[in-house]
Design a protein around this ligand. Structure first.
Ligand code: HEC
Length: 134
């Protein structure tokens, strides 16, 4: 999708560079039309539980978590339910995954994940919090 948008912009630039006024007007319209389509597709991917589960598995989170079921740690739907309207909580949850900790969901603490970076965890936690309630 990003590639398509870049192509549209590239075409827009090249036509604007050598073309007449009417050419650039047509291309601008095409580029604007492409934007809503891109936005819809990306939003759908962000809350797709299967894609999210695959990403979480690749980081080892599924050793203790699942999207639907409580395991050693809470289900990710329960996490989304608890923090849904608190966007400022994302950095705290990212820090908790990296540093470990407990006391919120029960007696078992989460282990530390010092090898994970906040840049990779932040979009992941944001997607967890966007999981719709079932
Ligand atoms: C060894 C088991 C284990 C692994 C691996 C694990 N977690 Fe956890 N996680 C837990 C437990 C236990 C809790 C509950 C901690 C508590 O009660 O405060 C938890 C809690 C959480 C919470 C909620 C924290 C809160 O304060 O409400 C999030 C978000 C979370 N985990 C994300 C992750 C992510 C992302 C990964 C993978 C990078 C991961 N966890 C890997 C055991 C684990």
């Amino acid at each position: 999708m990003k590639l398509r948008l870049s192509l549209a912009i590239l075409v827009a630039l090249s036509l604007t560079g050598c073309g007449s006024e009417s050419n650039s007007a047509v291309v601008t319209e095409a580029a604007v039309e492409a934007v809503p389509e891109v936005a819809v597709v990306e939003a759908a991917i962000e809350v797709n539980p299967e894609v999210l589960a695959a990403d979480l598995k690749s980081l080892g989170c599924y050793a203790c978590h699942a999207i639907e079921k409580k395991r050693v740690g809470p289900s990710y739907r329960a996490v989304a339910q608890r923090y849904r309207d608190q966007s400022d909580v994302v950095p705290l949850l990212v820090a908790k995954v990296i540093n470990g900790g407990g006391g919120v969901w029960g007696p078992i603490p989460m282990v530390t994940h010092p090898h994970l970076k906040s840049e990779q965890l932040t979009p992941l936690i944001e997607r967890i919090l966007q999981l719709p309630a079932e």
